[in-house]
Structures are given as C-alpha cells and as structure tokens.
Design a protein around this ligand. Structure first.
Ligand code: 3EB
Length: 303
C-alpha cells in the first residue's frame, strides 16, 4: 500500500478522506485530518524492522518499539540504532518522534529524558563523540499509545542544518534538562531533485535553554512566533517562513490543553498562517511540562 499518510486518533473519517496508512495515538483537534507531506510515495520494503518508502530522492521510514516498561532509554537507543543502520550512507533530514506519556516518570526519570538519553547514545555509537553537526531537524511530543513511533526522511544529498541565534543548540542544553541533551537541529534544508525541503523543528517558548512564560499561553505564543521568525531568517527564507512564495507549507500545532484551541487558532490565523497552508492541530503533551504549545513546519519549494 504505497503512501505514507499519517492519521491521528479521533479524526472524523469521512468518505472524502483517504484512509491513513499509519495511525498515531494523538487526538486530532482541527485542520487537515491526515498528514501527507511527501509526494508520490512508493514502498521500499523493510530494513532493520524499519518500514521504508521512496519519495522523489528521499528515503522515508517508520519505526516502532515498545516504550512502556523496562529500561526506556535502552528501548529508545535500540530503536535509533535500527533507524541509523537502515539509513547508513544517507543523511537524516527530519525525524518526528512520538513518545508515549512523554512527561510521566518511569524509574525516577521523565520519559522524555530517558528517550533523549537513548537517542543521544545511539547517535554517539554510530557517528562518534562529535555527532552533533550531523543532527537533523526533529520534534518530540507525547502520545497516548504504548509504542514509541519514529518517522524520518533521509537523503543522499548533503543537507544543511541551522540553529536559532536566540536559543542554545539543543544538543548543548545543560544537564539540568536531563542526563543527555536532546539530539536535533532547529531546521534542516535539503535539495532533492525537483524540490527544496525546509524542515523547521518543533518550536516552543524557549530562549537560551530556559522555558519562557510558564502558565501564559499568549506570552508563549509571542515567544514561539519570535523563534519561528528567527529560524526562518537563519535559513534564508525571510522572516515569515517563505509565506507568499511558490511554496507549499505544512504546519502541525501541538497543544497541551485542548481548551486553548480557539485562542491559538485566532492568533495563528492572524500572525502565522496564510491561505493555502496545510495545518493540523493536535492534542499532545510537550516535552517540558511548562510548555503549552509547539509549532513545526515543512516548507516545499520548487528546486
Ligand atoms: C525545545 O526546543 C522544545 O527532542 O527532538 C523541540 C523539537 C523539542 C525537537 C526533540 C524537542 C525536540 O527543546 C522541545
């Protein structure tokens, strides 16, 4: 069954909607009901237990592992070692991570932190201690499932990775955020034949390494939108994520509190989103308990 059409829980399945080929346990709140970012997807079999697809020059994949009991860092590391083996010789460009009960404590450690520990150890084993410059754009949000789900895009072309000048690179966060820092870049750009892909990581209210405005949705949105402007400039597509160009823009907006939906939609319709954008709002825990909202973007331009 070709296609990598990602569905979410609770999205109304109408006859007009093609069924998803992969379902994530994140409640859909509003907007597009399936995520279908990559064109002309064909199956490329399975390697290391990772389901693979081709789309243009990109290799896409989905890997899943239990993430309920036992050593969660070990589970994350084992899953990432499979992903890194399946993509050996290519360059990772974007990774979406869906972590069950991401803020829960297991064995005294927050699950997100255990996930980060295992992910970082896997990168280090694959690429050595200086793996940080190879890290791609990513997101890591909560799900209500029992499995860790990882979806990725990789390319034979060298991607360029970007940082936000107002944020410490996540891979340099100090140990107060966990035993191993998160492994991602703020954005990745790769040219693949017909398209230039700009993957903007999950972006939230963080300056330096600190959470901004805990408890204030409006102020967190201010900070998040400012960070999106900064990473957009850093990538070189203006301050507004390429708005108005010959570009297709996909957004996912993760809300910790479903009741915030209307307020967030009003703000983003005014200050971020434009006609033609493809947007999905999801109900998800964010990787820090004080964060209420996270926004990611994928921008596709003719090469
Ligand atoms: C942050 O900026 C917020 O661990 O892969 C954003 C994007 C976040 C990716 C990840 C985490 C991740 O630290 C959280």
């Amino acid at each position: 069954m070709p296609a990598l059409r990602v569905g979410f829980s609770g999205s109304p399945a109408g006859p007009a909607n093609e069924p998803p080929t992969l379902r994530l346990d994140l409640p859909w709140l509003a907007g597009a009901q399936t995520e279908n970012i990559f064109p002309a997807v064909t199956s490329a079999g399975t390697r290391e237990g990772v389901e693979l697809f081709h789309s243009g020059g990109l290799l896409l994949g989905h890997a899943r592992a239990p993430f309920e009991t036992g050593d969660l860092a070990h589970h994350a590391q084992a899953l990432y070692r499979r992903v890194l083996a399946a993509t050996r010789g290519l360059h990772l460009c974007r990774i979406w991570n869906y972590v069950p009960q991401i803020n829960a404590l297991t064995g005294g450690l927050e699950r997100y932190r255990a996930f980060c520990q295992g992910r970082s150890l896997a990168f280090e084993r694959e690429f050595g201690a200086a793996f940080q410059p190879l890290l791609p754009a990513a997101s890591a949000v909560g799900s209500s499932g029992a499995h860790l789900d990882v979806i990725f895009a990789a390319s034979a072309h060298h991607p360029r990775h970007f940082e936000n000048p107002a944020q410490i690179p996540a891979y340099h966060y100090p140990p107060e955020h966990g035993p191993r820092a998160p492994s991602f870049a703020r954005a990745t750009v790769v040219r693949d034949g017909a398209h230039t892909w700009t993957f903007v990581s999950g972006t939230a209210a963080i300056k330096g390494h600190q959470t901004i405005a805990p408890g204030s949705l409006a102020a967190q949105l201010d900070c998040t939108l400012d960070n999106l402007r900064l990473i957009s400039r850093a990538v070189g597509i203006g301050a507004d994520l390429g708005s108005g160009g010959m570009k297709e823009r996909h957004f996912k907006i993760y809300l910790r509190h479903a009741a915030d939906l209307a307020a967030v939609q009003t703000r983003l319709d005014r200050d971020l989103l434009r006609a033609g954008d493809i947007v999905t709002y999801l109900h998800a825990d964010i990787c820090r308990v004080a964060l209420a909202v996270e926004i990611e973007a994928t921008i596709i331009a003719e090469a």
